[in-house]
Ligand binder design. Structure first.
Ligand SMILES: Cc1cc2nc3c(=O)[nH]c(=O)nc-3n(C[C@H](O)[C@H](O)[C@H](O)COP(=O)(O)OP(=O)(O)OC[C@H]3O[C@@H](n4cnc5c(N)ncnc54)[C@H](O)[C@@H]3O)c2cc1C
Length: 306
């Protein structure tokens, strides 16, 4: 009902025909979540050694130990078990014991900027737009952009999925749009299209029209990002690897904060030999050995990724 949408979400474009409002959703600080989990792990007896794992002894087809470079020197640790939870570095770490993981990397960036006009209301939820967006330009701008093959692309529709939300107690707004996800090698900082900030603000203005108030003087957003580590079908890998004592807990793509606790629980059950939940097989590396699974994922049309 457009009237109801206008009443509850007055900042959305009049073109909005349907809203799915997930009422029990929200956001959290990933850093605080990490600190909370680390302090609970410490209370349970976990020791944290900061350093870089550089070699893995997997002589005899089993994990025997690892070498860690720390700022105080090189430490060797004898262990029968190793969990590869190295995020986008998981393929590199797996290579230390000769394993290839079916993980690809994808660079993603987000922007944050000051919104002193509160074009995005401070009490707005995370807003995700599920249609393609054609960027708004003035007639003059359109003519200029049409002239060059390099800028002509800016007149074409962009993929669905521009999203954003207010952040923190100040005026900050976060926007993301993965029209420009780049694959390949790990390079830091993550390379991105220099037009990404403006394209994203313009794209979101099609959803929240008051953002057009910034077109005359575009904010200078802070841009940062990282790499999604993903499997082909965008489903994580949690469980044993084909070397005794080696485990993987990774390929969490763009949802690894939301799924961190569930992934950790499942991994812990594998490592400790506890009873596994009935969904455990869905996350095993060995799922790719099943031809029916291969057929299933090759016919699936969408990963559902934002
Ligand atoms: C722009 C962006 C936005 C995102 N937004 C969201 C979101 O809104 N919600 C959500 O749920 N997820 C989001 N994600 C995804 C989420 O950040 C990841 O899925 C998650 O961080 C993966 O967790 P991880 O523990 O597997 O890997 P990481 O968080 O990458 O941790 C891996 C750790 O391993 C360490 N490491 C690597 N190699 C070695 C080595 N050789 N020795 C020692 N340590 C090593 C690294 O230093 C790092 O600390 C986003 C990601 C990006 C890039």
């Amino acid at each position: 009902d457009p009237q109801l949408i206008k009443q509850i979400f007055p900042y959305l474009t009049d073109a909005t025909t349907t809203v799915a409002h997930a009422r029990r959703c929200g956001w959290l600080s990933a850093q605080q979540l990490g600190i909370t989990m680390l302090s609970q792990a410490r209370q349970a007896g976990v020791q944290l050694l900061r350093g870089r794992l550089t070699t893995v002894d997997c002589y005899g087809g089993r994990i025997n130990g690892v070498t860690v470079d720390t700022k105080n020197g090189v430490t060797k640790i004898s262990t029968p078990a190793l969990v590869n939870a190295a995020g986008p570095f998981a393929p590199e770490l797996a290579q230390l014991c000769g394993l290839n993981l079916p993980i690809v990397l994808e660079g993603h960036v987000k922007i944050s900027f000051n919104d002193p006009r509160h074009a995005v209301p401070r009490d707005a939820p995370l807003v995700i737009w599920n249609d393609e967006v054609t960027l708004p330009w003035s007639e003059e701008e359109r003519d200029a952009l049409a002239e060059s093959p390099e800028t002509h692309r800016l007149l074409k529709p962009f993929d669905a999925g521009v999203h954003g939300r207010p952040e923190g107690a100040g005026d900050t707004v976060l926007l993301y749009w993965t029209y420009d996800a780049s694959g390949g090698e790990l390079v830091f900082p993550v390379p991105y299209d220099p037009n990404y900030p403006e394209i994203t603000i313009r794209g979101m203005s099609a959803v929240i029209p008051r953002l057009t108030e910034y077109f005359d003087q575009m904010p200078r957003p802070y841009v940062d990002g990282g790499y999604y580590a993903k499997t082909r079908e965008n489903r994580p890998l949690v469980g044993p690897l084909p070397i005794e004592g080696a485990y993987i807990c990774g390929a969490f793509s763009g949802f690894g904060i939301m799924t961190a606790m569930a992934g950790g629980d499942l991994l812990a059950a594998h490592v400790t030999g506890a009873a596994l939940p009935n969904y455990a097989p869905a996350f095993l590396l060995s799922r790719y050995d099943d031809p029916a699974y291969e057929t299933l994922i090759s016919t699936k049309s969408t990963s559902g990724q934002l």
